[in-house]
Design a protein around this ligand. Structure first.
Ligand SMILES: *Cc1c(COP(=O)(O)O)cnc(C)c1O
Length: 429
């Protein structure tokens, strides 16, 4: 029963558009009102009716250590005693910047912001300012936050709600954004053959997570590096999800490809609102106050956010974290795949480490078109059945499932056990 959540949702809708502060939370795609959350610890979240769920949303990625990790909570509490914001430089910002440059291979300098959206928006401005060019290339189904230039053929909630573009984004601006199919290097070659001298940057999720998880063809990522280098454009990796998720240094470490600029968010804030963008020193030095390109933030580098983020990154540097996450990812997704197969349901599983998706389709899912070809109705039924069994998934077929270090084998086994009846319900409903 989710009576109290239902009541809260009705109240919320009076004062907040759709009752939510971020669209995909509302559950439109699955036709189920969202549980309102009151508590979270480890891999478990509790709703307003006292139902407990094993959480595979992990706040859409950030909670890689699970909820209320004692080390992170202590770091925040200690910072809290010294005030919550100064709008002046602090030592912890140096430590944070140093840690990021040590962990992420291509980042020589970094600037902290307050969200992934801000990171993407700022990186694009920097790329345009640095190259003196206006056009950008992005890929269908990739989401880079909701800044004007990037809200074209976007993934995540935009994909879930089937919004093609967004009213309010000027046509002139959207016209500078070229969208291409992911994993298709020929399309990129063609775009550069036509618009090369005008293209400032390619922005890409190196491991897309916003059309469900897509595994990048490594030749594709290498191709992006080669073509941008030869054409004088910048390569921007949006690692807001994949950063500190698929490896300590993100997808660029995993695949050994060095972008010029990188966007970070989610995990880097340890559950507080944080983003960052960074990269080559000669490019980053174009930012004010040393350079001429402007970007600023009243709360950027906020001491609580830095404490939470730094504590999280520090924990992630411990040995064995990523091999453990890989093992759990393999266990969960192979278990779910097996449960589907036992029920004669054809699914395609895409997974990189502790992030993964499975699609209700027998065909490979390599881009947005193939992701959209999966069966949305089956997903809807599966989601409802899993929720009733106490498994909390993202309410959309175009989102990833995330594991944390707090997910134990016991919870993963339980999830797989719940999936068997859920797959049955999918067929017979
Ligand atoms: C979540 C996300 C963003 C936007 O971050 P917000 O903090 O929600 O603004 C940008 N890029 C990617 C790849 C994301 O997954």
């Amino acid at each position: 029963m989710r009576d109290r959540s239902g009541l809260l949702f009705e109240m919320a809708k009076k004062y907040i558009p759709g009752g939510v502060n971020s669209p995909v939370r509302a559950g439109n795609a699955v036709g189920i009102d969202p549980p309102f959350i009151v508590d979270a610890k480890g891999c478990t979240i509790t709703d307003a009716d006292g139902n407990q769920y094993i959480d595979y949303v992990c706040s859409w990625g950030p909670m890689i250590l699970g909820h209320a990790d004692p080390y992170v909570v202590q770091a925040i509490s200690e910072a809290l005693g010294h005030g919550t914001s100064y709008g002046a430089p602090t030592e912890i910002e140096i430590e944070m910047a140093k840690t990021i440059t040590e962990m992420v291979p291509s980042i020589e300098m970094v600037r902290m912001v307050n969200s992934g959206t801000e990171a993407g928006m700022s990186a694009i401005r920097l790329a345009r300012g640095f190259t003196g060019r206006d056009k950008i290339v992005k890929f269908e189904g990739c989401y880079h936050g909701h800044a004007d230039s990037l809200l074209v053929a976007a993934g995540s909630g935009v994909a879930t709600l089937g919004i093609p573009g967004s009213p309010g984004v000027p046509k002139d601006l959207a016209g500078h954004t070229i969208t291409l199919p992911f994993n298709n290097i020929d399309a990129v070659d063609y775009a550069f053959s036509r618009f090369g001298p005008d293209i400032a940057a390619i922005i890409v999720e190196p491991v897309p997570g916003n059309m469900g998880v897509i595994v990048p063809d490594q030749g594709f990522l290498r191709g992006l590096r080669e073509i941008t280098s030869s054409q004088g454009a910048l390569l921007i990796f949006d690692e807001v999800i994949s950063g500190f998720r698929v490896a300590p240094g993100g997808a660029q470490e995993l695949y050994g490809i060095m972008p010029d600029l990188t966007c970070l968010g989610k995990i880097i804030g340890g559950g507080l609102p944080v983003g960052a963008y960074g990269g080559r020193k000669d490019i980053m030095m174009r930012m004010a106050p040393v350079g001429d390109i402007y970007q600023a933030g009243t709360l950027s580098g906020n001491p609580l956010a830095m404490a939470a983020g730094l504590a999280t990154l520090t924990r992630l540097k411990q040995k064995g974290i990523y091999s453990d996450l890989e093992k759990k990812g393999e266990m969960l997704f192979s278990g779910l795949e097996e449960a589907a197969r036992m029920n004669n349901i054809k699914v395609t599983v895409n997974r990189v480490g502790s992030m993964g998706s499975f699609f209700f389709t027998p065909d490979p899912v390599i881009d947005f078109a193939s992701a959209k070809a999966s069966n949305a109705l089956l997903f809807k039924r599966y989601y409802a059945a899993m929720l009733d069994h106490g498994i909390y998934l993202a309410p959309s077929p175009f989102e990833a499932a995330f594991l944390s270090t707090a997910h134990g084998e016991k919870e993963i086994r339980k999830t797989i056990e719940c999936a068997a009846p859920a797959f049955k319900a999918v067929k017979t409903d």
